[in-house]
Write a protein that binds this ligand. Structure first.
Ligand SMILES: Nc1ncnc2c1ncn2[C@@H]1O[C@H](COP(=O)(O)OP(=O)(O)OP(=O)(O)O)[C@@H](O)[C@H]1O
Length: 204
């Protein structure tokens, strides 16, 4: 059984007949033009929406029923941090909610250790994006869904993010990344190309 199974998914007018099987310990990219449906597919896998038809299964469970960031986590394009909470508090929130240990190295690996105690609302957009990435990876989830994780980063920080994605995949996570960034596409194990809501090309 594949860790992630997308079977005959059509969603409103946005996605058409999407079929995917992806396993753990991989970085898989969803590539494609703006408006091709990448974010929509991310939201279906993360279970924040249900497909109009077809099914999305994570470890055999319908994605919309999964409510555990140790199973599926999401870095949304709009980040959804708490502005008042510190960088460290935002990043460790899933661990605290589950009574699980924090990952003390993660902030340092994402270049956030110097601002760990600052409210997230008083940090740059790139820092906020890396904070939301740390939050998505902190529980070492089975599936981490990351929507454009390098969108607000300079080259140096893109390197840190690529390392974090590869490290998470080596630890067992299926890292599913929607991206336009060729540097992310280059390090991927699987590449899925969306064109007007259909998978036009898949290589692994
Ligand atoms: N709630 C919605 N209702 C109707 N159409 C929507 C909705 N959300 C997105 N769309 C449309 O669906 C298409 C796919 O959007 P989506 O955000 O999934 O694309 P994307 O590939 O992630 O784009 P980008 O790279 O710009 O983030 C777009 O044409 C968009 O305008």
């Amino acid at each position: 059984m594949s860790l992630l199974r997308v079977r005959a998914v059509t969603h409103t007018t946005i996605l058409r007949d999407v079929d995917l099987r992806l396993d753990g310990s991989r970085v898989a990219v969803l590539a494609g033009r703006s408006g091709s449906g990448k974010s929509t597919l991310c939201h279906l896998v993360a279970g924040v929406m249900r497909p109009s038809t077809g099914e999305v299964l994570v470890a055999g469970e319908p994605a919309h029923r999964v409510d555990d960031w140790a199973v599926t986590s999401l870095l949304p394009q709009r980040l959804a941090l708490s502005a008042e909470m510190t960088v460290a508090e935002n990043a460790s929130l899933p661990a605290r909610l589950r009574g699980r240990p924090d990952d003390p190295d993660l902030l340092a690996r994402l270049g956030l250790d110097g601002i760990a105690d600052r409210p997230a609302g008083a940090t740059s957009l790139g820092e906020q994006q890396r904070t939301a990435l740390a939050r998505a990876l902190v529980l070492r989830p089975a599936v981490a869904v990351l929507d454009e994780p390098t969108g607000h980063q300079d080259d140096e920080h893109v390197g840190l993010i690529l390392d974090a994605l590869v490290t998470a995949a080596r630890a067992g996570t299926l890292v599913l990344v929607a991206t336009h960034d060729q540097r992310v596409i280059d390090i991927a194990d699987d590449r899925i190309h969306l064109n007007s809501g259909r998978v036009s090309d898949q290589a692994g």
